[in-house]
Design a protein around this ligand. Structure first.
Ligand code: ATP
Length: 210
């Protein structure tokens, strides 16, 4: 399973979210074309992804929703759960904590880090905020594997380097500044400004065409 394409991993997470909603509504089986419709992709794509994880449905009934949720969980969750830290407990950092809270039991945000003395020592949205001096020690003792960066862009490179040195294995970079990580550390960049500008560009194009 190590060589699953990144996009497949992303879609598996999305499939699971859709499947959980189906399960809650009492649906026990689902066809690839139904999943495809929810995700706005093709049924061929869904079947290809599920074949990659070794799951085949029955032609007559489709996929077993519960079985598929469990299988996706086995692939993308880790048995012992994963500890996450937020670096930069500003508006975005706190919003992420609130958003994640209770959503994924396998992923828990166990610590926040900041340089603002007014924030250090406080608990924000249930997560304790520490100073950067404690970063290396706590990454080790709390077994933090993922760092989410919500610091101002100017500090992105420096914070990413510190996280890598401290031993995290994955970084989710919410700043608009790209960073580099060595092999063995997985980096995902999510620049909201670029995403919004891209949407705005297509809205503008559409307006110009009218
Ligand atoms: P607030 O008004 O609560 O400070 P904000 O969202 O306006 O929030 P930003 O300027 O975007 O704040 O910064 C995000 C957070 O990152 C802040 O809490 C800030 O103190 C913190 N921060 C800034 N530089 C660093 C750094 N080098 N390491 C860790 N945290 C930092």
């Amino acid at each position: 399973m190590k060589n699953l394409p990144h996009k497949t991993i992303e879609r598996l997470s999305q499939y699971r979210r859709a499947l959980l909603i189906c399960l809650e509504s009492g649906k026990t089986h689902i066809y690839s074309h139904e999943i495809a419709k929810i995700q706005h992709i093709t049924a061929v794509q869904v079947r290809r992804d599920l074949m990659l994880i070794g799951y085949t449905g029955t032609l007559r009934k489709g996929y077993n929703v519960k079985e598929l949720i469990d299988l996706i969980g086995e692939i993308i969750d880790s048995d012992e759960g994963i500890h996450v830290a937020i670096i930069g407990m500003g508006n975005l950092g706190r919003a992420l904590i609130n958003y994640f809270s209770g959503k994924r039991t396998q992923l828990s945000i166990v610590a926040g880090f900041d340089i603002n003395p007014d924030k250090i020592g406080n608990t924000m949205s249930g997560v304790p905020c520490f100073g950067l001096d404690d970063l290396d020690r706590l990454i080790q003792t709390l077994d933090i594997k993922i760092g989410i960066m919500t610091v101002p862009a100017d500090f992105a490179v420096e914070v990413a380097d510190r996280l890598v040195r401290a031993g995290v294995k994955g970084i989710l970079n919410y700043t608009p500044k790209p960073v580099n990580v060595p092999k063995g550390v997985y980096l995902e960049e999510y620049d909201m400004i670029t995403s919004l500008e891209k949407v705005a560009f297509y809205v503008k194009m559409h307006n110009d065409e009218e």
